[in-house]
Design a protein around this ligand. Sequence first.
Ligand SMILES: C[S@@+](CC[C@H](N)C(=O)[O-])C[C@H]1O[C@@H](n2cnc3c(N)ncnc32)[C@H](O)[C@@H]1O
Length: 230
Amino acid sequence: MRRRAPLPEGEEKARAVRRLFDTISPRYDLLNRLITFGMDAGWRRRTVRKLALAPGSLVFDLASGTGDLCRELLAAGHRAIGFDFSHGMLVAARTEAPLIEADILRLPVRDDAADGATCGFALRNVVSLEALFEELARVVRPGGRISLLETAEPHGRLMQLGHRIYVCRIVPAIGGLLSDRDAYAYLPRSAAYLPPVEEILAMLRSAGFADARRIPLGGGVTQLFVATRA
Ligand SMILES: C[S@@+](CC[C@H](N)C(=O)[O-])C[C@H]1O[C@@H](n2cnc3c(N)ncnc32)[C@H](O)[C@@H]1O
C-alpha cells in the first residue's frame, strides 16, 4: 500500500497551500459549485448575514480567493476589501472589490481598521490559527464582527461514513477529471489541521472575541464561527 506523505507544517505548509491554489485557480469556482451542489452560495450569504453589520461597513475578506465572499459583501451594501496570497486566485477573481496580495497572518493595515471580517474555507490552510485570530482581533475595531466559514464533519455514523466516502473518493475523482486530482485529494486530508470545535472557540475567546459561537450549516458538513470584538 502506498504510504501518504505527512501533511506539511510551518513555512513549508504556506508554500504548499499557495502553490496548490495557484494550480487550481482557473477551475476553482466550477469545482466549488459542483462539489457543494451549489450550496456554497447559500453558505456565503449566511456568512455575510451573520455579520449583522450596517450597510456601508468596511469588511475585510481574508483569504478571498476568487472573490465570492467579496461579491456577497458588496451585494449586502458593505465596502469590501479582499486579501489573499495566491496570485493565481487573485487573477481568477471576479469582483469589483479591491484585492490585495498579502498573507492574512500579517495584514498590511493599521489596528482597528475594519468594522468586520469574513473568511471562507481557509481556517485549515493557515500555519497558525492562533496567529490568524490575533490578527483578526488587531484589525477589527472593538464592537466589530467576524464571521468565519469552514467545512465540518457531520454528526452520526451514517452521515460520517457517507461524508467520508464523498470527500475522500468522489471529490478527488471529480478533481482529477476537471482540475487536479492531487489537489482535490489534499483538500479533504487538510481537515486534519482543524482542532476540535471547543478548542477553536477557546482560541477565539482568548484572542478577544468573548462571545464566539459556532453555527452548523448544511446538515453539519459546514460550520460558521461568529463573534464580536470585545
Ligand atoms: C479554499 S480557498 C477559499 C477561497 C474563498 N474564501 C472562498 O470562500 O471560496 C482558500 C484560500 O485561502 C488562501 N490562503 C490560505 N492561506 C493564506 C494566507 N496565509 N494568506 C493569504 N491567503 C491564504 C488561499 O490562497 C486560497 O485562495
